[in-house]
Design a protein around this ligand. Structure first.
Ligand code: CP
Ligand code: NVA
Length: 298
């Protein structure tokens, strides 16, 4: 692996390898046998807000021996219109790796090409690869495996998390049902491109959740969509609440990448009932990203 730009470009072997490495790094935290980022300086360029991603990368890079700087796009010339390819060519001559959170997936791709240093997608409108790795690690810890499990992604079926889950299902082979309003499903052309027969789209949330082992949700309006009241109004039947979960398998788990909006996509009651899993999932960002950093550091 040279970069982590998307889950799409990985394969099952790489996904499993990263999760196994995350398990090991988690077990040996505070006692790492190697420091793959020793002597390196990394940067984070963020155009969107972040709590978990920012903190877990700052801690993760340091724990692997490197140092890291946070660059809000508002504070660097990128925010005043300097092209990403110029930013990449400057930083690529000074730092050893870059972690980018932005809107357009192409910006991350361009940075990796022009910067010629390891580049990590820390969330774009298209994908959130670091989050799905942490989610898979959490599934492995809580249920032992994703094999043979029924996973439901409920909410906006066409956002960065649903797309990341769809790619993960394609490569890892578990059953995934995406439950969303019809207008919030990925375009047919994209579904055809993914070509994953184990992924189904379902507009009926009760049917989708029936017998599910893993119920996973995310905000109805992603960053950049604030104020889209018409879109938000479509999701009334798609809330993860006690009534909906009464249809799930007996020992189901609930995942949420956070931040969570209570009484929108999930009720306070359900979030607190599953807080142990959901905050373990948040912690796992650190371990999964350390696995990525160790895999791509040069
Ligand atoms: N889940 C996630 O990426 O959280 P942040 O937006 O806080 O980084
Ligand atoms: N889909 C959400 C994920 C937040 C971590 C967003 O893009 O805002």
């Amino acid at each position: 692996m040279k970069h982590l730009l998307s889950i799409e470009e990985l394969d099952a072997g790489q996904l499993n390898g990263l999760i196994d490495s995350a398990v090991q790094l988690k077990a040996e935290r505070g006692n790492h046998s190697s420091q793959p980022l020793a002597g390196q300086t990394w940067a984070m360029i963020f155009t969107k807000s972040s709590t978990r991603t920012r903190v877990s990368f700052e801690v993760g890079v340091r724990e692997l021996g490197g140092s890291i700087m946070f660059l809000s796009s508002n504070d660097i010339q990128l925010g005043r219109g300097e092209p990403i390819k110029d930013t990449a060519r400057v930083l690529g001559r000074m730092i050893h790796g870059c972690i980018i959170r932005t809107f357009d997936q192409q910006d991350v791709v361009d940075f990796s090409e022009f910067g010629n240093i390891p580049t990590i997608n820390a969330l774009t409108d298209e994908e959130h690869p670091c989050q799905i790795l942490a989610d898979l690690l959490t599934v492995k810890e809580k249920l032992g495996t994703w094999e043979g499990k029924k996973v439901v992604f409920i909410g906006d079926g066409d956002n960065n998390m649903s797309r990341s889950w769809i790619w993960a299902a394609k490569y890892l082979g578990f059953e995934l049902v995406v439950a969303a309003p019809a207008s919030c499903m990925p375009p047919q052309q994209w579904i055809d491109k993914v070509n994953a027969p184990n992924v189904t789209l379902c507009t009926d949330p009760v049917e989708a959740v029936r017998g599910a082992d893993i119920i996973n949700t995310d905000v109805w309006l992603s960053m950049g969509q604030e104020g889209q009241a018409e879109k938000e109004a479509l999701f009334g039947d798609y809330q993860v609440n006690a009534q909906l979960l009464s249809n799930a398998a007996k020992d189901h788990i609930v995942l949420h990448c956070l931040p969570a909006y209570r009484d929108k996509e999930i009720t306070e009651e359900i979030l607190e009932l599953h807080a142990d899993t959901i905050f373990q999932q948040a912690e796992n960002r650190l371990h999964a990203q350390k696995a990525v950093l160790a895999a791509i550091a040069r």
